[in-house]
Ligand binder design. Structure first.
Ligand code: ZN
Length: 874
C-alpha cells in the first residue's frame, strides 16, 4: 500500500470530528481484519478491510478509533482505488479524506495501523503475566473495540467479522468463531490463524486470546451437542474441577428456558486473569480466574455460587445481548436487567437449597435505596456524552432495579405468559437489534394486556413509589384497602418535585381468624382501592407486597403496622420480613418514622435466630450513625454491640462447624465483622489475632470464606510484626484478587504510622494499583483513619486516576459520601467537582455521594436526641 502522506495533498484545515455518534452517511457491511499480536510486546499491528455501504456521496468517512496510529489507508469503489488521508479525530475518532467524493454504493476501505497493548487497566487488547509467561486478552464493552479496530463502534452496526491473527508458532489463538485454517510457521517464527466468519455481531462483542494456553476439552452439551472447552494459563487445569462439572447444566437451563438451542457453534470459556474482564463474548465467554479457577481446598459454597451466578449471567447474554442486541446504550437494561433477572431465576431452579430469592432481596433493597435519592436516574437512561457510557453500567439501577422490575411484571403476567413473550421476542429478533419498544410489544402481545404502558412507568422515570395502605372494614361490606402512591425521597428535595405516579402491580396477603388469602390489582392512579372480596371477616393483618416481589415501598397505617409488629412479623416470609424492616429503617432514616421506635426494634430482632431478622437488626443499628457519633458516645455504642451482637458472634465463633446450614455461615461473617471492628470485643479480637497468625503459616486453619473478615479484624488490633507479615504475604501472592484482599486488610490497621506506610505501598510501583486500591477504602471507611486516607487521596489523585481503569477511577468519587459534617462535605465538593468531568462515569457517582453526605448531615441534626436517648441505656 502507498503511504497516505506521499499520495494525498497537504491538508488545508482538518474538519471537526463528530461529537458522540458517527454520522449515518456510511455504514459497514462486513469486516475482515488481520492482527499481529505478540503478548510480550507493548504494541500490535493491524490491517483492516471494511466493506461499506455509502448512502450519500462523501469525501470524508469517520470511524471510531482510540490511540491507533494509521500508517496508510485506501478506498476502493467503482473499480478505482484511491489513497485516503487520515484526519485526526481526538480521543474517539479518525477520519479518512479523499480528493474526490465517493459515490453512493458499495466501497471498501483498507487501513494499516498500529495500536497499544494495555498492561494496567484491563481495557481493549491487554496483556498479563502469569509465572513469567505473558498472555493477551481482550475486553471491549462498551467503547474499547475502537482501541483495536478502526471501526463503527456502536452496537446497532451488527455485521459479520472475519478475523486472522498472526501469532508466535507456540501460541494458541482463539476468537469468537472456530479456527478455519492454521498456517505453518514462517521463517520469522510466526503463523497465521484464520477464523471462520462470525454471524452479525456488534464490535463490543468481538474477542480473541493469544498465548501458550492449556486448552481443556470438556466434551459437548445441549440440544446441538455443542463442543465445550476451557482456556487456562499453563498449569492451572486442576483448578477447573467445579467449572467442568457445572457449566453444561447452566447452558442447558438457558436452552430450556428459551426452548431454543444454544445460538452459536462452539463454547470456549476463556479464563481471564481478573474478575474485571469477565464478559459475554459469543463463542468465547470470558470468565475471571477468581470465579472459574477453584483449588480443591477452596471449593466452598460461596465459590460455587459465585461461579454459577456469574457464568449463568454471562451466558444469559448470549440471548439478551448477543443474539438480540440493543440499538444503543440507553437500552443497556435489555442486556443487564434481563440477564440479572434470569440468572437469579434459573439458579433458584437449579439449586433451590441455596435460597436464591432470599439472597437477592438485598439487591432490590440496594436499588430502592439509590432510587430514594433525588439524583437517581431512570432504568432507560439517555446516553448523550462520553461520560455516560460508564454511568450506564450502574449496578443499583441498570442491574438490580431492572431485574426487580422484570420480576414484578413476570409475577403480574404469570411466569408462563412472560416466558412465551420472551420466546416470541427472541425468535422475532434473532440476529437483529431492538429497543425497549420491541420487547414490551412482545410481552403485550402474549399477555393481551398493555404491558408497555405499565412497565414504561418504571423504565422511563426515576425513583420508586411508596404505597400507603389503610384497611377499612365496614359492616355488610367486604373489607377494602385504601391505596395511594407517591415518590419516596430519602431526603426532602428542594422545591416541589414534579408529581409522579406509576402503574404498580400490587399483590397483598392477609390473615385472621379464617384461612389466609391474597388479592391483586394494578394501581394506575395516584389513589385506588383493593377489595378483599374473598375475605370472610376483617383481617387481623395485611401485608401489601407479596413475597416482596413488587418494586415499591409500603407505608402502613398505624393500626396495620402495629398488627404486624404485634404478630412479631411471624406470618411473613423471610423476604417479606426483610422488605418491611428495610422500609421502616428507610422511613426512619428519612424522618418519616420515629428513629427511637425503629431502634427499639433492634434488640428483639437480634434475639431472633433467623437470618432475615438478624440482618435487619444489624441494619437498624446503623441508625445510630457510628460514623459521626461524638467520641464521648462511642463507649455506649460499643456496649450496644457487646450486648446485642457479640454473644451471637461468640456462639458462632470463627470456625465453621460440620452440618451447619448456609444461613448460619452467612451470618457468621456479618456478626463477626460487627462484633470485632465495631464492637471491639477483646476476646474475639484476641482469637482473630492468633488465628490470623496461624493462617499465615497454614491457610487451612479457617474457611476461605472467612479469611477477609479474619484478617481485617486482626489488623484492627495488629502490630508492626503482623503488618510486615501481611505485606510479605502480599508480595508473594500471585493471584490478583487474593492480593486485593490482603491489601484491604492492610487498610484496617489503626496506628497512623502503619496506615501511612500501607498507603505508601500503593504508590511505590511494586504492586499494580488496581490490586492495591481497596486499601484506600479500608482506610477511609473508618472514622479514626479517614482524614489520613482523604489527605492521601487528594495528594495522589492524578496518579491514582491515571493508573486505574474507568470503572475503578469513578469509584474514587464515592469518597464524599463517607463524610457527615458540612465542612468536610464542602471541602470534598470543592475538590472533586472540577475533577469529575475528566473521569468517565464520575459526575453521576459524585452527585450521588454528595447527596448521601447531605442526607447524613441532616439526619444527624434531626435524630441526635433520639440516638443518644437510645445509647444512654447502654
Ligand atoms: Zn451482564
Amino acid at each position: 500500500m502507498t503511504p497516505a502522506a506521499q499520495a494525498a495533498p497537504a491538508p488545508v484545515a482538518d474538519p471537526k470530528p463528530p461529537e458522540l455518534r458517527l454520522p449515518k452517511n456510511v455504514r459497514p457491511v462486513r469486516y475482515a481484519v488481520e492482527l499481529t499480536v505478540v503478548p510480550t510486546q507493548d504494541t500490535f499491528q493491524g490491517k483492516m478491510d471494511i466493506e461499506l455501504e455509502v448512502a450519500e456521496a462523501t469525501s470524508l468517512i469517520w470511524l471510531n478509533a482510540t490511540e491507533l496510529k494509521v500508517s496508510s489507508a485506501q478506498l476502493s469503489a467503482g473499480g478505482n482505488t484511491v489513497a485516503a488521508r487520515s484526519v485526526p479525530g481526538g480521543a474517539d475518532f479518525v477520519g479518512f479524506a479523499f480528493d474526490k467524493p465517493v459515490a453512493p454504493g458499495a466501497a471498501r476501505l483498507s487501513v494499516s495501523y498500529e495500536g497499544v497493548i494495555d498492561k494496567e487497566r484491563t481495557q481493549g487488547l491487554y496483556r498479563e503475566k502469569e509465572k513469567d509467561t505473558w498472555y493477551a486478552y481482550t475486553v471491549f464493552e462498551p467503547v474499547d473495540a475502537r482501541r483495536v479496530f478502526p471501526c463503527f463502534d456502536e452496537p446497532h452496526y451488527k455485521v459479520p467479522w472475519r478475523l486472522s491473527l498472526r501469532v508466535r508458532a507456540g501460541d494458541v489463538a482463539l476468537a469468537n468463531a472456530p479456527v478455519e485454517s492454521q498456517g505453518t510457521p514462517a521463517a520469522d517464527g510466526m503463523k497465521l490463524v484464520t477464523f471462520a466468519e462470525t454471524p452479525p455481531f456488534p464490535s463490543y462483542l468481538i474477542a480473541f486470546v493469544v498465548g501458550p494456553f492449556d486448552v481443556v476439552d470438556a466434551g459437548t452439551f445441549g440440544r446441538a451437542k455443542t463442543p465445550l472447552r476451557f482456556i487456562v494459563p499453563q498449569g492451572r487445569r486442576e483448578e477447573l474441577a467445579y467449572a467442568l462439572k457445572s457449566t453444561a447444566r447452566l447452558v442447558t437451563a438457558l436452552e430450556d428456558y428459551f426452548d431454543m438451542p444454544y445460538p452459536f457453534t462452539k463454547l470456549d470459556v476463556a479464563v481471564v486473569p481478573r474478575y474485571r474482564g469477565t464478559m459475554e463474548h459469543p463463542g468465547l465467554v470470558a470468565i475471571g480466574q477468581p470465579l472459574a479457577l477453584i483449588s480443591p481446598k477452596e471449593e466452598t459454597l460461596e465459590r460455587r455460587q459465585w461461579y454459577d451466578r456469574t457464568t449463568l449471567h454471562e451466558l444469559a447474554h448470549y440471548w439478551f445481548g448477543d443474539l438480540v442486541t440493543m440499538e444503543w446504550w440507553d437500552d443497556l437494561w435489555l442486556n443487564e436487567s434481563s440477564a440479572s433477572w434470569l440468572e437469579a431465576k434459573l439458579i433458584d431452579k437449579l439449586e433451590p437449597s441455596w435460597k436464591e430469592p432470599e439472597d437477592r432481596l438485598g439487591e432490590q433493597l440496594f436499588a430502592l435505596q439509590t432510587d430514594g435519592l433525588a439524583s437517581s436516574h431512570p432504568i432507560r437512561q439517555s446516553i448523550t456524552s462520553r461520560t455516560d457510557f460508564e454511568s450506564a453500567f450502574d449496578n443499583s439501577i441498570t442491574y438490580f432495579k431492572g431485574s426487580s422490575v422484570l420480576g414484578m411484571f413476570e409475577s403480574w403476567m404469570g411466569e408462563e405468559t412472560f416466558r412465551r413473550g420472551l420466546q416470541r421476542y427472541m425468535r422475532q429478533y434473532a440476529g437483529k437489534t431492538t429497543t425497549a419498544k420491541e420487547l414490551l410489544a412482545a410481552l403485550s402481545a402474549e399477555s393481551g394486556r398493555d404491558v408497555a404502558a405499565a412497565m414504561s412507568t418504571f423504565l422511563d422515570q426515576p425513583g420508586a413509589p411508596v404505597v400507603s395502605v389503610d384497611l377499612q372494614c365496614d359492616k355488610g361490606q367486604a373489607p377494602r384497602l385504601k391505596l395511594s402512591q407517591t415518590r419516596f425521597f430519602a431526603n426532602k428535595p428542594q422545591g416541589t418535585p414534579p408529581a409522579q405516579h406509576w402503574q404498580i402491580p400490587i399483590c397483598v396477603r392477609y390473615g385472621g381468624t379464617g384461612p389466609q388469602g391474597r388479592a391483586c390489582t394494578l394501581l394506575t392512579e395516584p389513589t385506588g382501592e383493593l377489595v378483599l372480596s374473598e375475605a370472610k371477616a376483617c383481617p387481623t393483618w395485611v401485608f401489601a407486597n407479596e413475597d416482596a416481589r413488587g418494586y415499591y415501598r409500603v407505608a402502613y397505617s398505624e393500626p396495620l403496622r402495629q398488627q404486624l409488629v404485634k404478630a412479631n412479623l411471624k406470618p411473613l416470609t423471610p423476604r417479606e420480613r426483610g422488605a418491611m424492616l428495610a422500609d421502616l429503617r428507610s422511613f426512619a432514616s428519612a424522618g418519616q418514622f420515629p428513629v427511637a421506635e425503629a431502634l427499639a426494634m433492634a434488640p428483639g430482632l437480634l434475639k431472633e435466630q433467623d437470618r432475615a431478622s438478624t440482618e435487619a437488626g444489624v441494619a437498624m443499628l446503623s441508625l445510630l450513625r457510628p460514623d459521626v457519633l461524638p467520641d464521648a458516645w462511642m463507649p455506649h455504642y460499643e456496649r450496644v454491640l457487646q450486648k446485642l451482637v457479640v454473644p451471637r458472634a461468640k456462639a458462632l465463633g470463627w470456625k465453621d462447624r460440620p452440618g451447619e446450614d448456609e444461613d448460619t455461615r452467612k451470618l457468621r461473617n456479618q456478626l463477626l465483622w460487627f462484633a470485632t471492628l465495631y464492637g471491639k470485643d477483646p476476646s474475639l479480637l484476641a482469637e482473630a489475632r492468633t488465628l490470623a497468625k496461624a493462617w499465615l503459616e497454614d491457610p487451612s486453619v479457617v474457611s476461605p470464606d472467612r479469611v477477609g473478615t479474619l484478617l481485617s479484624s486482626a489488623a484492627s488490633v495488629g502490630d508492626r510484626a503482623f503488618f510486615d507479615a501481611l505485606v510479605s504475604k502480599a508480595r508473594k501472592e500471585q493471584q490478583p484478587e487474593k492480593r486485593g484482599m490482603l491489601f484491604y486488610a492492610l487498610g484496617n490497621f489503626r496506628d497512623p504510622a502503619l496506615v501511612r506506610e500501607a498507603l505508601g505501598l500503593m504508590m511505590d510501583g511494586t504492586f499494580p494499583l488496581r490490586d492495591s486500591w481497596g486499601l484506600l477504602f479500608g482506610v477511609i471507611n473508618k472514622r479514626q483513619t479517614r482524614p489520613i486516607g482523604y489527605a492521601f487521596l487528594k495528594e495522589n489523585f492524578d496518579k491514582l486516576t491515571a493508573g486505574l481503569g474507568a470503572s475503578e477511577a469513578q469509584g474514587l468519587f464515592n469518597v464524599p459520601g463517607f463524610f457527615c459534617d458540612k465542612a468536610a462535605r464542602d471541602d470534598a465538593q470543592a475538590f472533586f467537582t472540577p475533577r469529575a468531568s475528566h473521569v468517565d462515569g464520575a459526575p453521576l457517582v459524585l452527585t450521588r455521594s454528595l447527596e448521601r453526605a447531605d442526607l447524613c448531615i441532616s439526619a444527624w441534626e434531626r435524630d441526635q436526641a433520639a440516638i443518644t436517648g437510645f445509647l444512654k441505656r447502654y
